[in-house]
Design a protein around this ligand. Structure first.
Ligand code: ADP
Ligand code: MG
Length: 392
């Protein structure tokens, strides 16, 4: 998709309304992970470098029910002030006369941070009046909030209808990398889909299946597939309602000549618990009474051999219960293979990205998406409302 980008606009003398994703984790008023704030800096700096420009920042934080003081963006505004050598002003509200006055008096080079947009239910309802009030604060609109681009909210979609605008560098980069694996990916193209449930991943499996050379299905969802292949799965996660879906996906893969890779061995446990002992099972079948928690060493080698040959690769969803150290090994080994892959590598999904960060491998991957749900929907081939509206 070709988007309107920052380079298509002149920001000289403009008051630019910028939607960012500053939904960062905060503990006791302190930001514990500033990745999302840093990810927005190139866009903010680019705009502020143009003479006479100023920025009005919009973001949500958490899931407030009305005005919830604990979910104020004030700590984020303070933190941003420490990162950029600009005056950063915290607004007392999202809209209203006080905010309008602050926006009106904003001087070149200054940044005004609006309060949590979700303090108003109108935000998530994409209320046109609310969007109009926001839009009147600025003269141009830039959206760099990839993480919320799959939501048609007032600050992500409504405002884009009312002001001339474009995508920021982050959204531009996210789309460029995701498009690389969606539109004509270099072959062999390997897709690795894991995670807990088939139900949340069926759309992405169906979207990627016709494009890829090998489709790896791992994590908890693999066991619904193994079950329909006639394997014993013990107490492993199975979604009975999705056995039919799994069966037809396998059939379609056969017709298309796409290789499906499922676990060929497992690490199992007697119960789903962090303290559970990891027992290797060198068989396709999971023994009675046991729960599959991670892929085994043969599966790691099998998937690894495909990763090593890949010219492009996308990975969404951990291959085991990586939150429990005893069952993190499979996901870690695959992350290491992905980091060493010579092709273009893209990782998306909240937990997959957390895993890659946990193993310290993020900088060895070509693109680690900043959006969990947004990157999944993008990979599903869905049109994200916050992005299509910025189409050229
Ligand atoms: P992402 O956020 O990257 O899209 P998901 O949310 O789909 O990933 O899946 C992540 C979850 O899948 C993790 O919490 C992990 O513990 C779980 N998971 C992985 N393998 C298994 C398994 N064999 N059984 C149960 N849950 C699993
Ligand atoms: Mg998740």
């Amino acid at each position: 998709m070709i988007l309107k980008t920052l380079k298509d606009f002149n920001f000289t003398g403009q008051k630019v309304l910028v939607r960012v994703d500053f939904n960062v984790p905060i503990k006791n008023g302190r930001i514990t992970d500033d990745t999302r704030i840093r990810a927005a800096l190139p866009t903010l700096e680019y705009i502020l470098k143009q003479e006479g420009s100023s920025i009005i920042l919009m973001s949500h934080l958490g899931r407030p029910k009305g005005k919830t003081p604990e979910l104020t963006l004030k700590p984020v505004a303070d933190y941003l002030g420490g990162l950029i050598s600009r005056k950063v002003i915290m607004a007392p509200d999202v809209i209203g006369p006080e905010v309008e006055a602050l926006a009106g008096n904003l001087k070149p080079g200054e940044v005004l941070v609006l309060e949590n947009t979700r303090f108003y239910p109108e935000e998530e309802k994409n209320d046109p009046d609310f969007a109009a009030k926001l839009s009147r604060l600025g003269t141009l609109y830039v959206n760099d909030a990839f993480g919320t681009a799959h939501r048609a909210h007032a600050s992500t979609e409504g405002v884009a209808r009312l002001l001339p605008g474009c995508a920021g560098f982050l959204i531009e980069k996210e789309c460029a990398f995701l498009d690389k694996v969606l539109e004509n990916p270099a072959k062999p193209f390997v897709a690795i889909i894991g995670g807990a449930k088939v139900s949340t991943k069926i759309a992405v499996l169906e979207s990627l299946l016709p494009k890829c050379s090998s489709l790896v299905i791992g994590g908890g969802m693999a066991y619904t597939f193994l079950k329909v292949q006639g394997r014993r799965v013990g107490n492993s996660l199975v979604e009975a309602d999705f056995e039919g879906t799994a069966e037809s996906l396998l059939k379609k893969a056969g017709e298309l000549g796409v290789e499906i890779l499922l676990p060929v061995d497992h690490l199992v446990a007697s119960e789903f618990a962090e303290s559970a002992k990891a027992e290797p099972v060198d068989s396709l079948d999971v023994p009675e009474g046991k729960t599959a928690m991670d892929i085994g060493p043969k599966t790691v080698q099998l998937i690894g051999s495909r990763i090593a040959q890949a010219k492009s690769l996308v990975w969404n969803g951990p291959l085991g219960v990586f939150e429990f150290p005893a069952f993190a090994g499979g996901t870690q080994r695959i992350a290491e293979f992905v980091a060493a892959c010579p092709g273009i590598t893209v990782v998306g999904g909240g937990d997959s990205v957390a895993a890659v960060n946990k193993f310290g491998l993020a900088d060895k991957i070509d693109h680690v998406s900043t959006g969990g749900g947004a990157s999944l929907e993008y990979l599903e081939g869905k049109a994200l409302p916050g992005i299509v509206i910025l189409k050229k």
